[in-house]
Design a protein around this ligand. Structure first.
Ligand code: RRO
Length: 310
């Protein structure tokens, strides 16, 4: 039996379950073109700011045995450049998701308004970049999350979603879900990297990345259980009306299947994309189909959200 991986996020049809995360290898037009030519089911841009940014000083990305630590600091071309790219990206016949990450509500209003008038399919507003010195993550400030959502969800009809930080306490899941339910948020993406972690090289007696005294976002295998818990918790709290994109530590078809059981409508891939390049999408897609076929599943709905109780 052929396996059908088609899905939807916020009403936008996707041919398969896997897309790139806003993060590695999606900053320049050439990188986005390579994503378009891969099996990624959508083209997701690196988070953008009002003005172009070089990002944090190097070294700012280091591989680890089970993932990576990074403090990129939002290197991007500035939102105008992505606005101008959208027609060319749309011509590649895949949904285009723009990620925006303003430094204030006003920045986000300006950028969301501009992309509302573009041909982009989905707008993902990043509330959870951990790597800007002196800037707290919006997603950990519930009052600011509430105010920002009030502002950015009132600017047009294109579906808006938010990229959330990982949460670790049941009261935080409930608080965030209750804020999200007040507004027409169409999807959430969880999780961002685990912010402000520290990896020390005991031989040099230094951190292994330079920005912020070595504090950076932890990615890869280390974060998968946290990503799964966040998807699961928000699926239970938000019901089926709001789409959930799972991200965190997916590098195999079985990892993607675990996110499906937790309730993700689609998943994004970051660390594995950085390590393996855009060919990872075809491999993981093949593995996911093989794993589903072995179980006798032919479509995502056979397993979506169907984590079995023990
Ligand atoms: O660019 C970054 O440092 C970065 C961003 Br915007 C983000 O949302 N998450 C992350 O781990 N790194």
């Amino acid at each position: 039996m052929p396996i059908d991986l088609s899905t939807q996020v916020a009403g936008v049809k996707l041919q398969s379950y896997l897309m790139n995360a806003s993060g590695p290898q999606c900053t320049t037009f050439d990188e986005l073109e390579r994503i378009a030519h891969s099996n990624s089911t959508a083209i997701v841009t690196k988070s953008c700011t009002l003005l172009p940014r070089e990002g944090n000083p190097e070294p700012r990305y280091q591989n680890l045995p089970l993932g990576a630590i990074q403090s990129m600091g939002l290197p991007n071309l500035g939102y105008q450049a992505y606005l101008e790219m959208i027609p060319a990206l749309k011509a590649m016949n895949k949904p285009v998701v723009v990620s925006i990450s303003g430094f204030s509500i006003n920045d986000n209003i300006k950028m969301v308004s501009a992309f509302q008038k573009s041909a982009v399919d989905l707008i993902e507003v990043n509330f959870s970049c951990p790597n800007i010195p002196g800037k707290a993550q919006v997603a950990y400030d519930f009052e600011q999350t509430d105010q920002a959502l009030a502002a950015i969800t009132a600017l047009g009809d294109k579906p808006i979603g938010i990229k959330l930080a990982p949460y670790f306490d049941m009261s935080h899941f409930t608080a965030v879900a209750n804020i999200i339910k007040k507004y027409p948020v169409k999807f959430i993406t969880c999780i961002n990297s685990i912010g402000n972690t520290l990896v020390i090289d005991p031989y040099t007696e230094q951190p292994i990345i330079k920005p912020k005294g070595g504090f950076g976002g932890l990615c890869g295998d280390y974060v998968k259980p946290i990503g799964l818990a966040n998807v699961r918790a928000f699926r239970e709290l938000l019901g089926d009306e709001i789409s959930i994109i799972g991200v965190g530590g997916i590098k195999s078809g079985i990892d993607a299947f675990e996110y499906l059981l937790a309730g993700a409508d689609a998943v994004q891939i970051a660390t594995c994309l950085e390590k393996e390049g855009p060919k990872c999408f075809a491999r993981i897609e093949h593995e996911l189909k093989a794993f589903m076929a072995a179980k006798g599943y032919t479509q995502l709905s056979d397993a979506k959200g169907k984590l079995k109780p023990m």
